[in-house]
Design a protein. Structure first.
Length: 378
């Protein structure tokens, strides 16, 4: 299988390469990309020998001395590497930039394993229509959406989708306690080892809000039929409720190699995942979201109700707020406030093309920065 992995130095990318390492005879790594972690990328180049890589810019490109590999730069580099013909392209880029690779891959007819939820959150109907037009297959890699994808196979009587959420590191925290959390606290997810941005999103519950939007576009399910339950054990990755009242669930130990290997679509892959022993777990808990989690989810449902570029506006506001928090410029408790205010102040427009998405993204980022400046002293 010819494969390209975008975001290869991140958590998803490294897990994908673990699978490839254990199944060398089945894979040919064509392309790899990272944004700034060039040292890790250089190690991957030495091990997997891709013919093409993409990095952030000239400074990063100059560090790659291997003359056997073609080095691409910036957004145009992401577009070019995503267009390279492969059997499957894993888009594990973090953040909005992933949309450029997703669009390029769709237009080139590449089959996509999608871990970049921002593509569908910001791109909405535009991406969905492009997929239909180009007849491209997208297989979700988020553990929740991968579970739903597998559960829905052959089912025609689906009443609703139930996405599960671990609750993150601040489950049951009071507002007063949340006021005092630091960056290092938000990065300590109880179940997953992830990058900084997605870890903060999980802590604020914005990650689940983004997943609600993504599920709507992936599975063509109305928002009112997408439910979220907090499940601290993170064993049930998602469920579907059928019209007869029965519920189908997908269970496994929390390990991203499971959805990644499923997306690769090769039977019998060696992935060395710990077997799930239900008897050792004993109990599984499910809670309805309230407080901060519910506030985050309401932003997602509001965005879907408004439609158009509202997803791009929500995503941009969140990305700017999270970055400000990571830089120490914004308190954790104000992340959702920034997103909510950005949604109020930036008017959504219909999505006619990529330019309308980029325009909404730019306006939302500018507005988010203005809002953050008013909060920096608080």
């Amino acid at each position: 299988m010819r494969v390209t992995i975008l975001g290869s130095t991140g958590s998803i990318g490294r897990n994908a390469l673990k699978i490839i390492r254990n199944n060398r005879h089945l894979f040919n790594v064509v392309g790899l990309s990272c944004w700034e972690s060039v040292e890790k990328l250089i190690e991957q180049i030495k091990e997997f020998h891709p013919k093409i890589v993409a990095v952030k810019g000239e400074e990063e490109a100059e560090k790659i001395k291997d003359k056997t590999v073609k080095v691409l730069k910036g957004i145009e580099g992401l577009k070019e590497i995503a267009a390279e013909n492969v059997d499957i392209l894993l888009n594990a880029i973090s953040g909005f930039n992933g949309i450029f690779a997703t669009i390029s891959a769709i237009e080139s007819g590449n089959r996509i394993a999608l871990a970049n939820k921002e593509s569908l959150v910001a791109g909405g109907e535009f991406i969905k229509n492009l997929i239909k037009e180009k007849k491209t297959e997208i297989i979700p890699v988020d553990s929740e959406h991968s579970a739903v994808y597998r559960l829905m196979k052959g089912e025609k009587r689906i009443r609703k989708i139930i996405l599960t959420a671990s609750g993150g590191p601040f489950l049951f925290y009071s507002r007063k306690r949340l006021e005092k959390v630091k960056v290092e606290d938000a990065l300590k997810h109880p179940k997953w080892k992830m990058g900084k941005k997605i870890s903060v999103d999980s802590a604020s519950f914005m990650n689940k809000a983004l997943e609600v939007i993504e599920a709507h576009y992936l599975f063509d399910i109305p928002p009112e039929r997408i439910e979220v339950l907090i499940h601290p054990e993170a064993i049930v990755h998602s469920m579907i409720e059928l019209e007869d009242g029965s519920i189908l669930a997908h269970l496994s130990n929390p390990d991203m190699r499971i959805p990644i290997s499923f997306a690769f679509g090769i039977q019998g892959l060696k992935i060395n995942v710990k077997k799930l022993e239900l008897s050792s777990i004993g109990k599984l808990h499910f809670l309805k979201p309230s407080g901060t989690p519910l506030k985050a989810l309401n932003l997602a449902y509001y965005s879907l109700e408004k439609g158009g570029t509202c997803g791009a506006i929500l995503n941009a506001g969140n990305e700017v707020a999270v970055q400000a928090f990571l830089e120490g410029r914004l308190k954790f408790v104000y992340i959702l406030h920034v997103v909510k205010e950005v949604l109020k102040k930036v008017k959504p427009e219909p999505i006619s093309n990529l330019s309308s998405i980029l325009s909404a993204d730019r306006k939302a980022r500018e507005e988010a920065e203005r809002i953050i400046k008013t909060l920096e002293k608080k």
